[in-house]
Design a protein around this ligand. Structure first.
Ligand SMILES: NC(=O)CCC(=O)C(=O)O
Length: 284
């Protein structure tokens, strides 16, 4: 794990998202610059921040990374903020096969696009009488895990439903990431049940920082986001959280304390992979 001297101030922007893409980009910009003015140098936007969240909207709002307005705008925001920007996610159209992905783009403080993560676990659930959502109706799943090198150290990126799967976070931690960042949009059924629990679980299992950044709740929208963007520390402790409204939360991520904590309770070196090396071969 990189133990850097450069302090990392994380900001999660819980953005109010509308059906107007230009307005969403402008709102994101205002908040990114506000976070930077408060000293944040790692700034995160929510899942699907430039479009309403819904399978019917994805094809309509999808854009290519090469020449879409969102990438241009996010790159300028990162550059003007002089901060790393984990640009939430956007519906991305791949011009080679016309498939659509739920994609997070990441920028360095010079505004260069340094990583993309296409959501690898699509949100396909059916809880009778509560919520049915099938991202796979219009989206395709990504095919790789994403780790990003920054001046602070390495960071793993997932998107929302990806957090339910412990393996990517464990792989990220074992490969030296100090944080997992999840732009996400849980809902009023699964949010109260699992949103915070999953973040704390990923954090305590891997003794790493975990942050999840949601859109603000809009009860007039088709999908009601849970909100409650949250930052969790390597001991599984909630450092900062919020309600369902638009706003920003901040935390200083302290890698020295994290390293000490990992030394005190050395889970990584105590793992018994001789007993559970390849769980994919265990029949459910
Ligand atoms: N956007 C999502 O992936 C939602 C995931 C979710 O709500 C869950 O319960 O998981």
């Amino acid at each position: 794990m990189a133990n850097t001297a450069k302090p990392c101030k994380l900001a999660l922007i819980q953005l109010a998202v509308s059906a107007d893409k230009d307005a969403n980009l402008a709102n994101a910009r205002t908040h990114v610059l506000e976070a930077a003015s408060k000293g944040a140098n790692l700034i995160v936007l929510p899942e699907c921040f430039n479009s309403p969240y819904g399978t019917g909207y994805f094809p309509e709002y999808a854009e290519t990374l090469a020449d879409g307005p969102s990438v241009k705008s996010l790159s300028a925001m990162a550059k003007d903020a002089k901060a790393y920007l984990i640009g939430g996610s956007i519906p991305e159209r791949d011009p080679t096969d016309e498939k659509i992905y739920n994609t997070c783009t990441v920028y360095n403080p010079e505004g260069k696009l340094i990583a993309t993560h296409r959501k690898v676990h699509l949100f396909d659930i059916d809880v009778p009488g509560k919520i049915r959502f099938q991202e796979s109706e219009t989206l395709t799943a990504g095919r790789q895990l994403t780790h990003v090198d920054t001046d602070f150290g390495k960071i793993g990126v997932g998107i929302c439903y990806d957090i339910r799967f412990p393996e990517p976070a464990m792989i990220a931690a074992r490969q030296g990431c100090f944080a997992m960042i999840y732009p996400g949009a849980f809902n009023l059924t699964t949010g109260p049940l699992h949103w915070e629990l999953l973040q704390r679980a990923r954090a305590v299992d891997n003794q790493m920082y975990v942050a999840a950044c949601s859109p603000a709740r809009d009860l007039k929208a088709a999908y009601h986001a849970w909100g409650h963007s949250t930052i969790v520390g390597p001991a599984g402790n909630v450092i900062e959280t919020m309600d369902e409204n638009q706003g920003i939360i901040y935390a200083d991520l302290d890698l020295k304390t994290m390293a000490e904590f990992r030394q005190n309770i050395p889970l990584t070196t105590q793992r018994r992979f001789d007993l559970y090396a390849d769980i994919s071969k265990v029949k459910p």
